[in-house]
Ligand binder design. Structure first.
Ligand code: GUN
Length: 294
């Protein structure tokens, strides 16, 4: 008999967290501080433009300040570094985010290091990565942090569970590993991290209690690769061309239809992890603004 797969929507989690943030933002506002974020977008990548617009909308809605700096595709490393130096020095901006991926001629690691670690609301600066690995995080990268909040909201326990992560990116896979392996309430998992070098992926995915998929490969995980009751977090956002008005539809890294009735729960795409990433960016920007309070 097949079970009913629970759909884990991000919106209620996000609303609850934003409610909590509103109090913090109003406390800061009473002190004359408006949390401010600078978003830097280089080039014309369509998906990045959509994400950046959503970030800006969310900040406005929450009475925070954000400004987007659109730079042309052929921006040099020197020009980008000069802008980051200006943003580092500006007291209007508590947080700085350079939207990734950057055009190929720009070194994203070098750019990430240029941002002051106290303004690195993405949590990508080596100092923040190190602090996370030490178990003393300052800024936790937004998507993994949002995933922990989502699991907490829906009562998905991680303690003692086997969490399998598919994807080893610096944005999701690696920080997710650090968080889930940490000895804390929403950690303490046994963690397996799979990637393109993994032989026989389904050998590992079928052993997961919690399966976090951030591979960037649409439909990679199918029903025959999982065990009954597994909780699946689908981080993928892939554009598939179709005949709709937009010309595409969004799908995750999990073949959604084939896991229904087998998985215990799954986050939908869109509407699962996505809304939480932006909420955690707000959270980190508020944290950065609180940190500069005299
Ligand atoms: N591109 C995809 N996700 C992210 C993110 O969390 N931060 C930045 N800066 N770029 C991204």
């Amino acid at each position: 008999m097949s079970l009913t797969t629970e759909i884990l929507y991000g919106k209620p989690v996000s609303l609850q967290l934003r409610q909590e943030l509103k109090n913090e933002i109003s406390n800061l506002s009473n002190l004359g501080i408006i949390p401010g974020l600078a978003v830097v977008l280089v080039g014309e990548d369509a998906a990045s433009q959509v994400y950046v617009r959503s970030k800006s909308r969310a900040f406005k809605k929450m009475a925070c300040f954000s400004e987007t700096f659109n730079l042309p595709e052929n921006t040099s490393e020197t020009e980008l570094c000069l802008l980051i130096d200006e943003l580092n020095a500006s007291s209007k901006f508590h947080g700085i985010l350079v939207q990734l991926p950057l055009p190929a001629h720009l070194d994203s690691k070098k750019i990430t290091r240029r941002i002051l670690s106290r303004k690195d609301v993405d949590g990508f600066h080596p100092l923040n990565v190190g602090l996370l690995l030490e178990g003393q995080p300052q800024f936790i990268s937004c998507t993994p942090h949002g995933i922990l909040k989502l699991m907490a909201y829906y009562g998905i326990k991680t303690n003692g569970k086997h969490a399998v992560i598919v994807g080893r990116s610096n944005i999701v896979g690696k920080p997710m590993f650090a968080l889930l392996a940490e000895k804390m309430e929403y950690g303490n998992s046994t963690v397996t991290i799979c990637h393109t070098g993994t032989v026989d992926l389904s050998r590992y995915t079928s052993m997961a209690d919690i399966l976090i998929v951030a591979s960037g490969m649409p439909g990679l995980i199918t029903g025959n690769m999982i065990s009954e009751g597994v909780h699946i977090i689908d981080v993928g956002i892939n554009r598939i061309k179709d005949n709709s008005e937009k010309g595409y539809r969004l799908v995750g890294d999990v073949d959604y239809e084939s896991i229904l009735g087998i998985a215990g729960s799954i986050t939908p795409v869109p509407g699962g992890v996505g809304p939480l990433t932006i909420t955690m960016l707000l959270y980190n920007t508020v944290l950065a603004a609180k940190n500069i309070r005299p």
